[in-house]
Write a protein that binds this ligand. Structure first.
Ligand SMILES: [Zn+2]
Length: 124
């Protein structure tokens, strides 16, 4: 139910959310950043993709270090994250198993952390 609230909110505020994201060099926003406490987030990549009830089912041992920013934080932080991941996630209709690498792997891990109330500055 909360997911639909997020979806409704997102569609009604799509232009302003997209502007907030892009003007801050962001590419994703999670429900929790908008006060909707649900495991749901959107990623913008030409169009937007919904991820709900996402869970990482496999992580590579290989890690990558990168400098990340967050719409909720002023500063950028270095993070060490898995280079490759498999995620189970629902989009609007289906459960999908998605393989992600490098940039999008980092992005999804960042957003899943948000869903678990973990901020970038708490990631080692
Ligand atoms: Zn963030």
């Amino acid at each position: 139910m909360k997911c639909y609230l997020f979806y409704y909110f997102f569609l009604n505020n799509f232009k302003s959310l997209k502007k907030i994201c892009f003007s801050n060099s962001g590419l994703a926003i999670s429900g929790i950043q908008l006060g909707i406490f649900s495991n749901v987030f959107f990623i913008f990549k030409k169009t937007f993709f919904l991820f709900k009830n996402s869970i990482i089912v496999w992580k590579s041992l290989e890690k990558t270090i990168s400098k990340e920013g967050c719409l909720s934080l002023k500063n950028k932080y270095y993070s060490k994250r898995c280079r490759f991941i498999y995620v189970f996630s629902h989009n609007f209709l289906n459960l999908k198993k998605i393989f992600l690498k490098d940039f999008y792997s980092i992005c999804i891990q960042h957003e899943i952390d948000h869903c678990n109330c973990i901020l970038l500055n708490q990631v080692q």
